[in-house]
Write a protein that binds this ligand. Structure first.
Ligand code: PLP
Length: 391
């Protein structure tokens, strides 16, 4: 046992009065549940807007598709990036006009392209000839933008490999689109989610610059760069604050486009909602596999299947708080289901007070993004993660 004392600064992640409201909810609600504070969502949106005033924001709704969040961001002036006809219907159903929505998934059924076009969508992403041909058949005259592949290195949750194409392929697609009754409009990339290496934007912006020039020689003038997401939430692994990101990215853009920026779009998901959420959970069981085992297993009432899927490969490390003090010991954290994949952190050891007991509340910070929407509908009978929205 170590002599190290437990310390956790709640205020590093959330102001005390805001956290007090969550503790109050923990007294009367059955765990687990996620609390989203809309005030924080608003602050995050406004901070990004203020730091990148030249960029049009398209909130990537997959990060947290709660109606209340979409309505709030709509009122604040946000646009929306949807990835399926279901997200499209949801956003339209909330009264968002179709010209504030883009269809940002490179993987689409032809009939879904038609559906989106019939609803009025005129802006599509693509990264393959087959998809481009589908768009040209079902969405004549639309604007298309072309997604560049990125390495995703430096990102805690990379979106690499699966999306995008190399610049030489993109070059061909742009030329092809001209002959298909489509308007080649711009380029896009996503440097990987929770990207902690700001230099990754520099590389992708430079590729955009190169392609802008290359197709110009063929008489095609691209007008837009969509820089995707990648902006940070506040997890255990340190990332720079948002203004450092925006300042650097703005500099990269100005260096590559000194004669004036093209239209710039960003699609933040995580950075808008992550810090606004706290999951309240409870310790179900503490055990040791043998008397001399150095680690306790701590089983929570939330796991990989009820919202914490981003602990896969221990990629995202959430700040976790327990209201106890004293000396600490290292623990292995796991979820409640009968599936041996449902282990949250085994290699990275969280240090909890030795005094923890079954039934203690556990507060998992920075869980507003990519949690509730990922929770399964009833694996082992556990219901999907509840969400409580406060202001
Ligand atoms: C998921 C996704 C985003 C959001 O990324 P974050 O890193 O969560 O901000 C943006 N654009 C596209 C195309 C995405 O797939």
């Amino acid at each position: 046992m170590s002599k190290e004392m437990y310390s956790f600064s709640v205020e590093e992640y959330m102001a005390k009065d805001r956290f007090d409201k969550i503790k109050k909810l923990a007294k009367t609600n059955e765990t687990p549940f996620l609390v989203i504070n809309l005030k924080i969502v608003k602050e995050k949106y406004e901070e990004l807007k203020a730091n990148m005033p030249f960029a049009k924001i398209y909130y990537a709704i997959k990060a947290n598709p709660a109606n209340e969040i979409i309505k709030l961001l709509f009122e604040l002036g946000s646009n929306f990036d949807v990835a399926s006809i279901y997200e499209l219907d949801q956003v339209l159903g909330l009264g968002v006009p179709v010209d504030r929505i883009s269809f940002g998934n490179t993987i689409k059924k032809e009939k879904d392209i038609k559906y989106a076009f019939d609803k009025g969508i005129r802006l599509f992403v693509t990264d393959s000839s087959s998809d481009l041909e589908k768009i040209s058949r079902q969405a004549k005259g639309s604007k298309v933008f072309f997604r560049l592949i990125t390495e995703g290195s430096g990102a805690d949750w990379p979106l690499s490999k699966k999306f995008g194409a190399h610049p030489d392929k993109i070059y061909q697609l742009i030329l092809q689109s001209k002959n298909l009754d489509l308007e080649p409009y711009g380029l896009s990339f996503h440097v990987g989610s929770q990207q902690r290496d700001i230099g990754q934007w520099d590389e992708s912006i430079a590729q955009c610059k190169y392609l802008f020039e290359a197709v110009k020689e063929q008489g095609i003038k691209l007008k837009m760069i969509n820089m995707g997401g990648g902006f940070p939430g506040k997890y255990k692994n340190p990332a720079y604050d948002l203004p450092v990101y925006t300042k650097e990215i703005t500099r990269f853009l100005n260096e590559d486009f000194p004669e004036g920026l093209p239209e710039i779009i960003i699609e933040p998901g995580r950075s808008i909602v992550a810090d606004a959420g706290v999951i309240v959970s409870e310790i179900v069981l503490i055990s040791k596999t043998s008397y001399l085992s150095p680690y306790k297993w701590v089983y929570l009432d939330i796991g990989k299947f009820s919202g914490l899927i981003e602990t896969l490969d221990e990629s995202i490390k959430y700040p976790i708080y327990i209201e106890k003090s004293g000396t600490v010991s290292e623990v292995i954290l796991a979820g409640p289901t009968c599936d041996s994949q449902d282990i949250l952190y085994e290699h990275f050891k969280y240090k909890f007070p030795v005094k923890i007991k079954d039934g203690d509340k556990v507060y998992i910070f920075t869980t507003g993004a990519y949690t509730q929407a990922y929770s399964s509908i009833c694996f082992n009978g556990f219901p999907p993660l509840k969400m409580i929205i406060i202001e």
